[in-house]
Design a protein around this ligand. Structure first.
Ligand code: 13P
Ligand code: SF4
Length: 307
């Protein structure tokens, strides 16, 4: 293992490469990354890095977003087949139909969407900035795609706007049911329930904290409680374990593993840097059109975080 890590360090220098990783990838891949974070943080970093090559350890829409935000860079992925099924659960033809039906509608695409969907959207959001971004839009109507759970969660926080939903969902988060939380609460009555907004409404209603992967990590690290029932992918346990000791983390179910994120192995990171044949390649027009909603997200989210 150390040999692989040393080769990666060497190749990063030779090829002028930087490694970005999401919290859901395996712990040893998180450990070799230069930047680890949630989708919002990683998109900001992807737009700013100076190195010539970005190795993106995540799922395909993340590699695509890095390429869109920094198109002159070479974006490599350890496995181009690591894909988020939800990213495909919206369609351009539905967007067109909705635009015809409502005059004053903003098409808001969650960053977990294909580049083609983004290219047909008005603005992108992530779970950590959706509220700020949507609140700041001038439109009365919001078509939120693809995730119906995140969309419905945000709609309750922005009652002044009218939401039109789509039927997408994340199978990892939507698998968790209220009965799982109730059972775990019986076992660990003092535990705090933390949930990602991709979970069903019935989970979010039971949660003490709802937030992005970074939000969940920060909440647990700062909170005084010892026990936590965690409703997100268990990859976040790695970072929590590095930042705090003595906390008990209980996944709500035994199925909170994103098999696509886990396709990012350390061996494949090395392969990507050695061979350069796992590059994210995209149509230039799609890049140009998808950059607008992504940049708009970065601007709207930034304005708020600077206030
Ligand atoms: P975050 O934006 O919270 O990192 O979430 C990404 C994701 O894919 C959740 O399933
Ligand atoms: Fe997609 Fe769900 Fe995996 Fe996140 S956890 S990348 S939303 S499948």
């Amino acid at each position: 293992m150390q040999q692989i890590k040393d080769k990666i360090t060497q190749l990063k220098m030779e090829k002028n490469a930087v490694i970005l990783a999401h919290y859901y990838v395996p712990g040893d891949v998180q450990d070799i990354a230069d930047y680890i974070g949630d989708s919002y943080y990683l998109s900001k970093i992807a737009a700013e890095v100076k190195e010539k090559v970005i190795v993106f350890c995540g799922v395909y829409f993340m590699g695509e977003s890095a390429k869109i935000l920094n198109p002159l860079k070479t974006v490599l992925m350890p496995d181009l087949k690591a894909d988020c099924p939800m990213a495909h659960m919206a369609s351009v033809s539905d967007i067109k139909k909705i635009r015809e039906k409502y005059n004053d509608i903003a098409v808001v695409s969650y960053i977990n969407s294909t580049a083609e969907i983004k290219a047909n959207s008005d603005v992108c959001v992530t779970s950590s900035n959706a509220l700020q971004v949507i609140k700041s839009l001038p439109n009365q109507y919001i078509y939120f795609i693809p995730d119906k759970n995140l969309g419905s969660y945000i709609s309750k926080l922005v009652p002044e706007k009218t939401f039109v939903f789509n039927d997408g969902y994340c199978h990892v988060h939507a698998f968790i049911k209220a009965k799982d939380i109730i059972e775990k609460k019986e076992e660990y009555p003092d535990a705090k329930v933390v949930a990602h907004p991709e979970c069903r409404a019935e989970i979010l209603e039971l949660a003490d904290y709802v937030g992005s992967t970074s939000g969940i990590i920060n909440y647990i690290v700062k909170s005084d409680s010892t026990d936590y029932i965690v409703c997100t992918e268990t990859g976040v346990f790695h970072e929590i374990g590095k930042k705090t000791k003595g906390k008990n983390l209980y996944p709500a179910t035994l199925r909170q593993i994103c098999s696509n994120m886990k396709m990012n192995t350390i061996e494949k990171v090395l392969y990507a840097l050695e061979n350069f044949d796992t590059e994210v390649k995209m149509d230039e027009t799609v890049i140009k059109n998808a950059l607008l909603p992504l940049n708009r997200m970065l601007q709207l989210a930034e304005v708020k975080s600077n206030e």
